[in-house]
Design a protein around this ligand. Structure first.
Ligand code: LLP
Length: 419
């Protein structure tokens, strides 16, 4: 379900014409629907109400402060992966006890800051990191909580760049090594190893890989129990797939029905870290058609947003539906491409698409997750504005960048040749 719908052949976001937003705020423009965002969060929350997990929204999917704030207000926690995301969490006033922190490469500075904030726990990805967090916590005279990220060696059946649970991936610790670490837990004087974490990948559309990973971890938890090692938390990560094209991903209910019995058996408090499921279909990228170009072989629709705004098609060959803002019956095969000077700069390839003309607008659908958050200034293009729609109100939640923003941190050395 999402709140981007045609009424009288015009695309609306909630009660506002998307075309009006494009004209008011300019393009490229990210448009989010507040109700879609919250609806997805609540769907997951209610599907899992029986075990009442802490849902830590994965900030990397879309880290806009207003999005964080809206979810925190509904009771969500945050899954963070950097000092920058910790800063955002703090700005959005997320209670520290609702923050979990993953990443294979946490720096000393980031670790100290998170300990200082009193986050719920770190998801630790290696023995070296475990030792380092222990050392830093000791220096700060603190006992800090950590969960060990397990690499369950499970095939997530998703794009290889976003599969994280195979033993050849850089993430987590294999079961046997984790077991050895846990037996030695007393050696880590300033750590409370209180949980396990798994995250096997992203855009996973079937529950089988999740089930397989959770089964492996729950057997592991039993094995630990038999050695007298009792944990408090199991963090099952994110990864729930959404509909971009013709996928038929498991619904929140199906996912819940499959895994709740397994989770209950562990007896642990459950944490989840969904990103895409919550925000993916709550956002679109609106672009304007600059030129229509016919070459000897192809038709190109050249728009004002490209791989710098939405890198998913270029990076993962990801599919995003592209809708005209005003419905057009006629379609034609074309590539939708951006203005960036790379042939990888496309939003759609060989796509049967509405026969738009120059000056028309297009909506790139399902762009709420890993859209703006992965955008860049490549080709010195200004990053897009972001607007949140609530019923018939549209609020700017990020201003369009200015040329000044581009060079703000640069230092122009004038006399280099003389040095
Ligand atoms: N937890 C951890 C430890 C993660 O690494 C991730 C995502 C999540 C949770 C949230 O996963 P989600 O529920 O959103 O699938 N840029 C890629 C996706 C990268 C995912 C990175 N990790 C894309 O555009 O498809």
């Amino acid at each position: 379900m999402h709140e981007f719908k045609y009424k009288n052949n015009q695309l609306y976001c909630e009660n506002i014409l998307v075309g009006k937003l494009a004209k008011t705020f300019g393009t490229p423009l990210y448009v989010y629907s507040y109700h879609t965002l919250i609806d997805h969060y609540l769907k997951l929350k209610s599907a899992f109400s029986e075990i009442n997990p802490l849902i830590c929204y994965s900030v990397k999917a879309n880290s806009n402060l207003s999005i964080l704030k809206a979810l925190i207000a509904k009771g969500a926690g945050l899954d963070i992966v950097s000092g920058g995301e910790l800063f955002r969490a703090q700005k959005a006033a997320c209670p520290a006890q609702r923050i979990v922190y993953a990443s294979v490469g946490k720096t000393d500075k980031e670790i100290s800051a998170a300990i200082g904030r009193g986050i719920l726990f770190f998801n630790v990805e290696s023995l070296a990191e475990l030792k380092n967090i222990n050392r830093i916590a000791k220096g700060l005279n603190k006992i800090t909580r950590v969960a060990i990220r397990i690499n369950p060696d499970v095939e997530a059946k998703t794009h290889k760049y976003i599969s994280t649970g195979k033993i050849t991936n850089k993430f987590g610790i294999d079961l046997d090594s984790a077991y050895k670490v846990l037996l030695l837990r007393a050696k880590f004087s300033n750590l409370n190893i209180c949980g396990l974490h798994i995250h096997i990948g992203s855009q996973i559309t079937q529950s089988a890989p999740f089930v397989e990973a959770i089964k492996k971890v729950s057997n592991f938890i039993q094995r630990l129990k038999s050695k007298g090692i009792v944990l408090e938390y199991l963090n099952i990560g994110g990864g729930l797939g959404i509909i971009y094209d013709h996928e038929a991903p498991q619904t929140a209910e199906i996912y819940a029905n499959e895994i709740i019995p397994l989770l209950k058996k562990t007896g642990l408090k459950i944490i989840m870290e969904p990103g895409r499921f919550i925000v993916g279909n709550a956002g679109i990228l609106v672009v304007k058609v600059l030129y229509i170009k016919h070459t000897l072989k192809k038709k190109f629709i050249i728009v004002d947003g490209g791989m710098n705004d939405l890198i998913r098609p270029a990076l993962y060959s990801a599919y995003h539906n592209i809708w005209p803002l005003a419905k057009i019956a006629k379609t034609e095969k074309a590539d939708v491409v951006g203005p960036i000077c790379e042939s990888g700069d496309f939003l759609a390839k060989e796509r049967l698409i509405a026969k738009v003309k120059e000056g028309d607008y297009l909506a790139v659908m399902s762009a709420g997750a890993y859209g703006f958050s992965m955008s860049s200034n490549y080709n010195s293009r200004l990053r897009a504005a972001e607007v949140m729609v609530i019923k018939n109100k549209a609020l700017v939640i990020r201003k369009r960048e200015s040329a000044q923003d581009l060079v703000r941190n640069e230092v122009m050395v004038n006399n280099l040749t003389k040095l």
